[in-house]
Write a protein that binds this ligand. Structure first.
Ligand SMILES: Cc1cc2nc3c(=O)[nH]c(=O)nc-3n(C[C@H](O)[C@H](O)[C@H](O)COP(=O)(O)OP(=O)(O)OC[C@H]3O[C@@H](n4cnc5c(N)ncnc54)[C@H](O)[C@@H]3O)c2cc1C
Ligand SMILES: NC(=O)c1ccc[n+]([C@@H]2O[C@H](COP(=O)([O-])OP(=O)(O)OC[C@H]3O[C@@H](n4cnc5c(N)ncnc54)[C@H](O)[C@@H]3O)[C@@H](O)[C@H]2O)c1
Length: 559
C-alpha cells in the first residue's frame, strides 16, 4: 500500500502522521459540517439551557474539575470527526464529563473532505442536469436558455458549506460543555492519554473510558503517483480547482460514482477503471444493472472492468497522465490510457498508526482496530481491553458517517450503564447521484446465501417509479424499488431503491428493520397521496406474506 503524498500537511500534523506508513492524510485547512447529529440542530436557547445543566452536573462530579471517580474525565474521545462528535454530545447529555482530542480540525473527513463538500457539488450537478436536459424541460413545458457555471463559484459553495457546518459542530460541542483539546492523542494506558502539539510539552489526562474515533484517509494502491494536481484523491477533487476535459476514475464505488455525476454534469468525459468484473460491484446486481442503464450509458462515460491500474504517472512536461492497465486476474498488460486527470477512488485506509495501540497490546488488522459487536477493543490475545472502545471508520465495520455517530452513541449508552448493540443490518446507505441509489440490509445474492445456509425461502417484490404519480408529475419516472423478504415470517431482509429521492425514501424500510416491524403490519400504514413514499407503500403491499397482520384493529384514538 502506498501513501497518498500530501503537499499541504500543516507542520503539527506532519509529525502526527509521520509514523503512518500505511496512509498519510491530506489535511486541507478549510471545509466543514455534517447535519448528522440531532444536537447540531439545538437552538441557542436549548444549548444554553443544556450547558447550564452540564455545569450543574460537573459541579456535582467534582469540585476540583476531576470527575467524581478520581479521573480527569469520565470519557475522552480521540478524534473529532462525526463519530467523535456524536459520542461527545451524547456523553454530555448523559452527564459524563467529556473531552475530545483533535489533531487537525473539528469535523474530520465527513465535514471537511467527504459527505458535506461532496453533497454541495452534487447539488450543483443535479441542477445542471435539470437545466441541460432539453427533453426533460420540454416535457414540463419549460424553455431555459443554455445553462452554464462558474467553477470558482461552485467550489466556493462546497467550501462555504463545509466551513459553516464545521463551525456548527464546534459550537454545538462548546455550548454543551465538551472540552475540545487540540493536539495529537496517544494512548498510554487503558485509562490514560497524552496529547500535544509539536514543539509543546504533552499533557497527560486520565479517563474512566476512552473512545478511539480517528477515522480514515484515502487508500492509494502501489504504483500510483499522486501529485494532487493531475492525479489526485477525493481530498483534492473536492476543492474543484479545475474541471478536466477527460478524467479517469479508478474505482467505481461510492466516491467514483458520485464524482462521475459531478464531472459529467460539468462537462468532463469519464473513463472508469474497475478491478472487479462488473462496474459498481457493491450494489445489488439488479440495481447495478439499472444504474448502468441510467447513470452510465446515457452519459459521456466509458469503462474498463477486470483491470488494475498498475502504474499511474502524473502529467508532466506537456505529457498527459499515463495509466498502465493490467488484467486483474492474469496480471498481463492490457492497455495504456492517456488522460487529462485521474481520480483515485479505491477505498479508504484506517488512520490508526501512532495512536499508541501497542501500549494496550492491540494489533490492528490491515490497520483497523479489532472490536466486538459493542465496539469494545480486542487485544492481541483476543481479550477485551477494559475501558477502551473504537468507533467509526477506524474499526472498518461500515465506513459511513451516520454509522460512526450511531456507534459512538451506543458506546456512551454502555459507559452510562445501559447495554446497547448497534444493528448494522438496519443502517441505510445512499449514493447521491441523480437519480439517487439507496439500500439497507442484504442484497439478493447475500440473502439467498443466508437463506440456503439457514434453510428458509426468500421472495422478491418490486415496484417502479413509473407507476408513481408524484414521480411522473416531476417527469422522473425512471426508477425501481426492490424488497427482499421472508414469505413465511414477513421479515424484511433488504430494500434497494434507485430513483428520485431514494436516499430519503429508504428510511421507512431501515426503521422497520431496526424496530422489527414485519411486512404484514407495515403494509397497513397509510401514506399521503401523491408522494414518492407511495413507492414503498406499493412495495410492501406487493409482497406475498403467508401470515396475517399481528394487529388488524388499531386502538381507538379520540380525534
Ligand atoms: C468524498 C467522500 C464522501 C463521503 N460521503 C459520505 C456520505 O454522503 N454519507 C456518509 O455516510 N458517509 C460519507 N463518507 C464517509 C464518511 O466521511 C466517513 O464514514 C466518516 O467521516 C467517518 O467518521 P469518523 O468519525 O470515524 O472519522 P473521521 O471523520 O475521519 O474523523 C477522524 C478525526 O480524527 C482525527 N484524528 C486522527 N487521529 C488522531 C489522533 N491521534 N489524535 C487526535 N485526532 C486524531 C482526524 O484529524 C479526524 O478529524 C464520505 C467519505 C468521502 C471521502
Ligand atoms: N454516499 C456515501 O455514503 C459515500 C460517498 C463517498 C464515500 N463513502 C464511503 O467512503 C468509502 C470509500 O469510498 P470508495 O468509493 O473509495 O470505496 P468503495 O469501497 O466504495 O469502492 C472502491 C472501488 O474501487 C475498486 N478498486 C479497488 N482497488 C482498485 C484498483 N487497484 N484498480 C481498480 N479498481 C479498484 C473496488 O473494486 C471498488 O469497486 C466507502 O466505504 C464509502 O462507504 C460513502
Amino acid at each position: 500500500m502506498q501513501a497518498a503524498i500530501s503537499t499541504s500537511i500543516p507542520p503539527s500534523f506532519t509529525a502526527f502522521r509521520s509514523d503512518n506508513s500505511a496512509a498519510r492524510c491530506h489535511f486541507a485547512a478549510g471545509l466543514r459540517f455534517c447535519g448528522l447529529h440531532r444536537h447540531v440542530l439545538l437552538s441557542l436557547g436549548e444549548a444554553i439551557e443544556t450547558r447550564q445543566l452540564r455545569k450543574r452536573i460537573s459541579a456535582s462530579l467534582s469540585e476540583s474539575g476531576a470527575s467524581k471517580n478520581g479521573f480527569d474525565y469520565d470519557l475522552v474521545i480521540i478524534g473529532a470527526g462525526v463519530g467523535g462528535h456524536g459520542a461527545a454530545l451524547h456523553a454530555v447529555e448523559k452527564g459524563l464529563k467529556t473531552a475530545i482530542i483533535e489533531g487537525d480540525v473539528v469535523g474530520g473527513t465527513c465535514v471537511n473532505r467527504g459527505c458535506v463538500p461532496s453533497k454541495a457539488l452534487l447539488a450543483v450537478s443535479g441542477r445542471m442536469r435539470d437545466l441541460q436536459s432539453e427533453h426533460h424541460l420540454k416535457a414540463l413545458g419549460l424553455h431555459v436558455p443554455a445553462a452554464g457555471y462558474d467553477r470558482q463559484g461552485v467550489a466556493d459553495h462546497a467550501n462555504n458549506l463545509a466551513s459553516k457546518i464545521r463551525s456548527n459542530l464546534t459550537n454545538s460541542m462548546k455550548a454543551m460543555g465538551v472540552d475540545i483539546l487540540t493536539g495529537v492523542g496517544t494512548i498510554l494506558d487503558t485509562q490514560k492519554v497524552k496529547y500535544g502539539k509539536v514543539g509543546f510539552p504533552d499533557t497527560v489526562i486520565t479517563a474512566k473510558g476512552i473512545i478511539i474515533a480517528t477515522g480514515s484517509v484515502p487508500f492509494v494502491p502501489n504504483g500510483i503517483e499522486v501529485d494532487g494536481k493531475t492525479v489526485f484523491t477525493s481530498d483534492h477533487a473536492l476543492k474543484l480547482e479545475w474541471v478536466p476535459d477527460w478524467i479517469a476514475i479508478v474505482g467505481s464505488g461510492y466516491i467514483g460514482l458520485e464524482f462521475s455525476d459531478v464531472y459529467t454534469a460539468l462537462g468532463s468525459e469519464v473513463t472508469f477503471i474497475e478491478a472487479l468484473d462488473q462496474i459498481m460491484p457493491g450494489f445489488d446486481p439488479e440495481i447495478g444493472k439499472l444504474a448502468q442503464r441510467v447513470l452510465i450509458n446515457p452519459r459521456k462515460i466509458d469503462f474498463h472492468t477486470g483491470v488494475f491500474a498498475k502504474k499511474i504517472t502524473p502529467a508532466k512536461d506537456g505529457k498527459p497522465v499515463s495509466i498502465e492497465l493490467i488484467d486483474a486476474k492474469t496480471k498481463e498488460p492490457k492497455d495504456t490510457l492517456e488522460v487529462d486527470a485521474a481520480l483515485i477512488a479505491t477505498g479508504r485506509a484506517p488512520f490508526t498508526k501512532g495512536l499508541g495501540l501497542e501500549n494496550i497490546n492491540v494489533v490492528t488488522e490491515r490497520g483497523f482496530v479489532p472490536v466486538d459487536e459493542r465496539m469494545r477493543v480486542i487485544d492481541a490475545d483476543g481479550k477485551l481491553v477494559p475501558h477502551v472502545y473504537c468507533i467509526g471508520d477506524a474499526n472498518g465495520k461500515m465506513m459511513l458517517a451516520h454509522t460512526a455517530s450511531a456507534q459512538g452513541i451506543s458506546v456512551v449508552e454502555q459507559v452510562s450503564g445501559r447495554d446497547h448493540v448497534v444493528n448494522h443490518m438496519s443502517i441505510p446507505a445512499a449514493c447521491f447521484t441523480h437519480p439517487e441509489i439507496s439500500m439497507v440490509g442484504y442484497t439478493e445474492p447475500q440473502a439467498k446465501e443466508k437463506a440456503d445456509k439457514e434453510g428458509f425461502k426468500i421472495s422478491v417484490a418490486k415496484t417502479s417509479f413509473k407507476a408513481n404519480t408524484k414521480a411522473l408529475a416531476e417527469n422522473e419516472g425512471e426508477g425501481l424499488a426492490k424488497l427482499i423478504y421472508r414469505p413465511d415470517t414477513g421479515e424484511i431482509l433488504g430494500v434497494h431503491i434507485l430513483g428520485l429521492h431514494a436516499a430519503d425514501l429508504i428510511h421507512e424500510a431501515s426503521n422497520a428493520i431496526a424496530l422489527g416491524t414485519r411486512i404484514q403490519d407495515i403494509k397497513f400504514a397509510v401514506h399521503a397521496h401523491p408522494t414518492l413514499s407511495e413507492v414503498l407503500d406499493e412495495l410492501f403491499k406487493a409482497a406475498k406474506v403467508e401470515i396475517h397482520a399481528s394487529k388488524t384493529v388499531a386502538e381507538p384514538v379520540a380525534v
